[in-house]
Design a protein around this ligand. Sequence first.
Ligand SMILES: [Zn+2]
Length: 259
Amino acid sequence: MTETTSTTGRTTRTGTRSRRPRRLATPLLLTTGLCLGALTVAGPARAGQTQERGHGKGKATAAVVDSTRHGGRTLALTFDDGPDPTDTPRLLRVLREHRVKAVFCLWGDHVERHPELVRAIVRGGHTLCNHSLHHDDMGTWTEERIRADLERAGAEIHRAAPGVPIPYFRAPYGSWGKTPEVAASLGMQPLGWRLAVGDWEPPGTDELVRRVVEGVTPGAVVLLHDGGGDRSQTVEAVDRIIPRLRAEGWRFDRPARHG
Ligand SMILES: [Zn+2]
């Protein structure tokens, strides 16, 4: 599955934050499938909109979060499209060995097939994110259709791990459409990213390490994948990236809780 390189559009127009230039998709990334740059440009974010019911705990807004909780020389690792019976357990082992907590954006169909892996993710102390039921492009969907999908995906996660918080939602392909408003109304904060490294290609472990180490910026949410294909290179890269970045003074953080 492919994702675009940036989803920052919604978080930069509140007036209280400086506008960041959109990261341009490289030709390399554009070869990976849908070119979704236009789809990620959505309407004005409804800053301040809050809802308190649903799958997450506390208040969620319709702003797409793409920064860490504490800022500075920190980054947050997020993994999409799992759980996967091969790569998710391996990734969980790597994260445990390095004592890093991450966010897992779960694909409903995969949750249905591997509920025990959802429980393993929760046992590992990681945070869950709803990544839709079938990984459809929801960019043109009505709010009603989006709500039905997100609720079913959430129910699938809760069937695997009853009562577990699902504080985030991430739109497949970064094709947000009306999903941020719906996710917020269900108590889930939309979760974007600042760095994607094309691990779906996959380009080789060395290259993945290089793209993360050279591409990371302070406070970045980083998009990686543990499902949707062979992600063994991603797992191997994470095992090498963590000690290397730590040696350079980076800390591993969670994404900001609210937009
Ligand atoms: Zn995905």
